[in-house]
Ligand binder design. Structure first.
Ligand SMILES: [Zn+2]
Length: 346
């Protein structure tokens, strides 16, 4: 069955922007999506995977080692054995993490008897072994064992999975975009874990009636499976994919003035955010969003979105929630930046 096209999703603008920012700069650290069931979180994530540019992976590598990144031990052994590694194009997948997964299922397991007997490291990859270059999707991350979440977030930052068992060590690359969902009514994540998700989006059912009608119409159209519908949105998705490739290419040339940097630090400190991840994420996110727009300096809209995406999980209350008072607070913050008014849409 075809998946719902990313470009055809009505509403959920902030979620879409958060995902796209991570597509351009995965070091942002993923997205935590908070909201009730039935708000289309899973559909959005699967659609997002389908819109991502494919990756170049070493042919035959079970960890999907990617061009230009560090290689796994098996690829390195192939290279030092004189083989010239060939690459193949692979589509980005959504790798699901089952809720009841044990640590071994997540990080993989080492066959210690083989290691001791023949000195050979026999490794059975876990979920992290399949996640390299993909999206690691954890539905209801708040119900997962804290220790497992800890391990996952470590690897999300380092990009390397290290498995140590009784003196035997195995490592392989594992760079992924982490997307977690949670329903806050079923329990919160510890603040230390929350802080390690780059961005956070609150997803609610759309209240605006005309948007609600559009959502219903779009879903019904999709279900009719009309070829014209698919052709139209595939064109849009393809154009977006090309923009993402261009955005990745220009990211390193996106700049931020010293004044904006000072203002970000000041505003975040004023809000009482602990640690520095909030500031760093705002800056990375604003730059990535500017690259999606194809502009060399983040404008006011990029900064506003970066603030709204980077802070809600780092404060007790979201200061910039979509209410009149949240909007006023955000406007007051933005007036300190002297950034350009948006001249270009995403
Ligand atoms: Zn490899």
């Amino acid at each position: 069955m075809r998946s719902f096209p990313f470009s055809a999703i009505v509403g959920q603008e902030l979620l879409k922007k958060g995902l796209l920012a991570n597509a351009v700069d995965p070091s942002i650290g993923g997205v935590l999506i908070r909201g009730e069931k039935g708000t289309g979180k899973t559909t959005a994530v699967r659609a997002f995977a389908a819109v991502l540019p494919s990756k170049e992976s070493v042919s035959g590598c079970r960890f999907g080692c990617m061009k230009g990144s560090s290689l796994c031990g098996e690829c390195r052994a192939r290279e030092s054995g004189g083989e010239r590694l060939a690459y193949e194009s692979r589509a980005v997948e959504v790798v699901d993490l089952p809720l009841n997964a044990s640590e071994d299922r997540v990080v993989g397991s080492l066959d210690l008897s083989a290691a001791l007997r023949d000195g050979e490291k026999r490794f059975e990859p876990g979920v992290l072994g399949k996640s390299n270059g993909n999206i690691l999707y954890i539905d209801e991350v708040n119900l997962l064992d804290d220790h497992v979440v800890d391990v996952l977030l470590d690897v999300a930052v380092s990009g390397v999975n290290v498995v140590m068992r009784e003196g035997v060590t195995y490592t392989h690359p594992s760079r992924f975009i982490l997307v977690g969902t949670m329903n806050p009514e079923e329990g919160e994540l510890r603040p230390q874990l929350l802080d390690r998700f780059g961005l956070c989006v609150e997803v609610t059912g759309e209240r605006d009636l005309s948007l609600r009608r559009q959502i219903v119409e779009r879903v019904l159209e999709f279900e009719r499976d009309d070829p014209e519908f698919h052709r139209k949105w595939e064109r849009e998705d393809k154009a977006l994919r090309e923009r993402l490739v261009a955005a990745r290419g220009m990211l390193s040339s996106v700049e931020l003035s010293v004044q904006v940097l000072d203002a970000v630090v000041e505003v975040v400190a004023d809000l009482g955010v602990a640690g520095h991840r909030g500031d760093i994420t705002i800056i990375k996110c604003a730059k990535a969003l500017a690259a999606v727009k194809g502009i060399a300096l983040p404008d006011e809209e990029c900064l506003a979105d970066a603030f709204r995406l980077s802070l809600p999980h780092r404060l007790k209350e979201d200061p910039f929630e979509e209410t009149a008072s949240g909007r006023r607070r955000l406007d007051a913050v933005l007036s300190r930046f002297g950034a350009q008014k948006p001249a270009k849409q995403y």
